[in-house]
Design a protein around this ligand. Sequence first.
Ligand code: TRP
Ligand code: SF4
Length: 405
Amino acid sequence: MTPAPSHHQRVLSGMRPTGKLHLGHYHGVLKNWLELQHEYECYFFVADWHALTTHYESPEVIPQSVWDLVIDWLAAGINPGSATLFIQSRVPEHAELHLLLSMITPLGWLERVPTFKDQQEKLKEKDLSTYGFLGYPLLQSADILIYKAGLVPVGEDQLSHVELTREVARRFNHLYGREPGFEEKAQAAMKKMGRKNAKLYQELRRRYQEQGDVEALETGRALLENQHNISVGDRERLFGYLEGGGRIILPEPQPLLTKASKVPGLDGQKMSKSYGNTIGLREAPETVEKKIKTMPTDPARVRRTDPGDPAKCPVWSFHEMYSKPEVMDWVQEGCRTAGIGCLDCKQHVLDAVLAEQAPIRQRAEEYASDPKLVRNIITEGCEAARDVARDTLDEVRQAMGLAYR
Ligand code: TRP
Ligand code: SF4
């Protein structure tokens, strides 16, 4: 099933507040968000409950990280005028949807999500045999489905969570999408497309349901996507009716795989907090300088007069990321002939990193010195998010028979 096209344009993603962002996050996730915010209706949020699933014994890091994260986003250029920024725990509707979805989610689906066992193995020092941690991906499903998001930008490691979300949505629609009088409502909706389109729709529906003709299904979906004078509800009914299911209440999202960032870590491995090889997004220039100056280089260059090979040096990976071709030629030549020293070589990297950080650091300082402004941005975002979340939750309650109030 595809998500209802009326929500295709909604993008949702979250980050856990467990520390400051580094350049790897900037070049991977954040730059991606910067582009998306111009093209789609974006919802970006701080997943503080998700942080609690692994940090329940040390929740102190969360509050400070929440605001650091928001400031990092704003400083990087995320614009609260085009994207809705909010904090998960301030939209409690996520929790209610999580609870309701838990009723229909088989335990085995959660136990089989690869991150469940992987993280338990990896974070051995923590006891992650909790109910909350098992439910981590389902809480993520609630985050996504409550906004009927069509696209979810995530890294490779999170793909299985989007897949689970799709399965849960499908199960939900299957169980609760059969409203009373569905058939009649679908028929009535069909008429609203006009006689010609209605006839075509019926033909495609027949071909798919009787002959399993997948092409007819695709054509039928495209036909519905191009209907502009039917309501969202009718369109969802017709999507469901086309496939033989019920109404689609929770559309299935698609993952939008974020390309891994090309920034290397200080030791040449991928930049990651767990390797302790990061440069903070808005780290102070003095410590950036110290980190770069003490970076390992080609071990063959013991003395200044020993020639080296950039291919064996983590500094070279930074040149590949940041330097112009002339500088790269200069490094290649100078390193191999011992014509340049490693500090000369590193200076170019240092300058480039500092130049990249300067405007970000400056904007971050402005936001950090105006906590009221940051709080207002978040308060507004939370309200806007809640409006959408409440509507979905109303539909969900109705569909599950919980509308007796
Ligand atoms: N689990 C995600 C991560 O660790 C964060 C997250 C929580 C998220 N809810 C989400 C990402 C919903 C995308 C959509 O990175
Ligand atoms: Fe690395 Fe540059 Fe030194 Fe060569 S000159 S070893 S590339 S730091």
